[in-house]
Design a protein around this ligand. Structure first.
Ligand SMILES: Cc1cc2nc3c(=O)[nH]c(=O)nc-3n(C[C@H](O)[C@H](O)[C@H](O)COP(=O)(O)OP(=O)(O)OC[C@H]3O[C@@H](n4cnc5c(N)ncnc54)[C@H](O)[C@@H]3O)c2cc1C
Length: 376
């Protein structure tokens, strides 16, 4: 039962965003900045955001050599360049907006390990540097001299450096967004799962965590920011979930002989060091069908592959004990660009951020805010 006071004060808003990851929070902030008097609410089904935004690896990246070359097979050169530019701009904007310290940002550069099979990518490096020059005004990729000093196994034939990438702490970034949203007067309710929306009328039906109560919210505009979990609210969307696994070691006794954010296997595997520990994740491509899920479980086949890579290739000869593992769920689809679209008179969605949300979430939120009437 709802009281008259609750009905009058808690249930009607100018705009309601569903999902409080990078996208939902960014959209709310951009909208509220344009319309300071608007009543803006975010509904989040968990106690804190639980999709990908605080489960990821924290790579502030815009594409490794082989990832970009791979993209050029499925996208036009112009599309690829636009995406790289958007990712780079997104990273520059959040650093400017929140400050590197608050984000835990370190400009430690990106790197990619090339094995024998991927070595031919080096022949394309000059070409990529040339087409990226307009955006970066300098060469992005270079071959690391004497990479053997980094201590990888002999299976690693070359290492390519990207001097414009870095790494951050994704939960610190989320905290920045959360605090800014709160300071602007955005209301955030957690533990509220939206079960149904009426896209043209703006009605939102939600339930509490224990599923013991149903609430009816009324929104002037609805923004769907549920990324991998979008099918529930927009069943005809073509969003496919993709699970990502991360393993974190205990602190190593020896100093790790490299730093930065590292990719291998066309970006499917990634690793970095954090607080003297190895963080390694990815390898979805080793069991793609099974990873097409929203279940937060660990796939033993993928875990075994990552453990082996860590032991045999990344830190050969080092003692590695594992302390934590977790999964997060990303959203993919038929294109490697975010899907930002109106889907009803009062509703729009901003989803399908793939493995790029750290870089593009802020801008995707801005684009959604504009679509919902938030101005430029
Ligand atoms: C393991 C892993 C590693 C990654 N590494 C990187 C990386 O290094 N760099 C990078 O740029 N990107 C990376 N990503 C991708 C990045 O994390 C995502 O692109 C980004 O977080 C997407 O943000 P989002 O806000 O759109 O979605 P999410 O963060 O998934 O937020 C969606 C929110 O909606 C909520 N929700 C869902 N359904 C409902 C409902 N019915 N009612 C209410 N709330 C609901 C969820 O609880 C969730 O909090 C990685 C992802 C994973 C999983």
């Amino acid at each position: 039962m709802i009281s008259y006071w609750e009905q009058k004060n808690f249930l009607s808003y100018d705009i309601i965003l569903i999902g409080s990851g990078f996208t939902g929070l960014s959209a709310a902030i951009h909208y509220k900045k344009k319309h300071p008097k608007a009543k803006v609410l975010i509904l989040e089904k968990e106690i804190f955001p639980t999709g990908a935004s605080t489960k990821n690896a924290g790579f502030a990246c815009f594409g490794s050599l082989t990832e970009i070359l791979d993209d050029l097979w499925t996208m036009t050169q112009d599309e690829v360049l636009q995406l790289v530019k958007k990712r780079h701009k997104g990273l520059t904007d959040i650093r400017k907006q929140f400050g590197e310290k608050a984000l835990g940002y370190v400009p430690s550069h990106g790197f990619e390990l090339l094995d024998e099979d991927n070595l031919p990518a080096l022949d394309q490096m000059d070409y990529l540097n040339k087409i990226l020059k307009k955006t970066f005004k300098a060469d992005v990729f270079s071959k690391v001299k004497k990479h053997e000093k980094m201590g990888f196994s002999s299976a690693v034939k070359a290492v390519v450096e990207n001097r414009f990438e870095g790494e951050l702490d994704p939960a610190k970034y989320l905290n920045c967004l959360w605090e800014m949203a709160s300071s602007l007067g955005v209301k955030i309710l957690t533990g509220v799962s939206v079960v149904e929306i009426q896209r043209d009328s703006g009605l939102i039906i939600a339930e509490n965590l224990g599923k013991s109560r149903i609430y009816e919210f009324k929104a002037g505009k609805i923004g769907i920011c549920t990324n991998a979990f979008t099918k529930k609210l927009w069943p005809e969307s073509e969003i496919k979930p993709g699970r990502g696994l991360i393993l974190l070691s205990k602190p190593l006794e020896d100093k790790i002989p490299w730093k930065g954010s590292f990719h291998m296997d066309k970006g499917y595997v990634y690793f970095r060091q954090i607080d003297g520990r190895l963080l390694i994740g990815g390898a979805r491509n080793k069991d793609m069908e099974k990873e097409n899920t929203t279940d937060f479980e660990v796939n033993p086949k993928i875990k075994a592959h990552l453990v082996e890579l860590a032991k045999e290739v990344i830190l050969p000869g080092k003692n590695l004990d594992w302390e934590m593992e977790w999964t997060g769920i990303m959203a993919f689809g038929n294109k490697k660009i975010p899907l930002i679209q109106s889907i009803g008179e009062r509703t729009a969605a901003a989803v399908r951020l793939g493995g790029m949300g750290v870089a593009i979430g802020w801008q995707v939120g801005k684009d959604l805010s504009k679509l919902l009437g938030g101005g430029n």
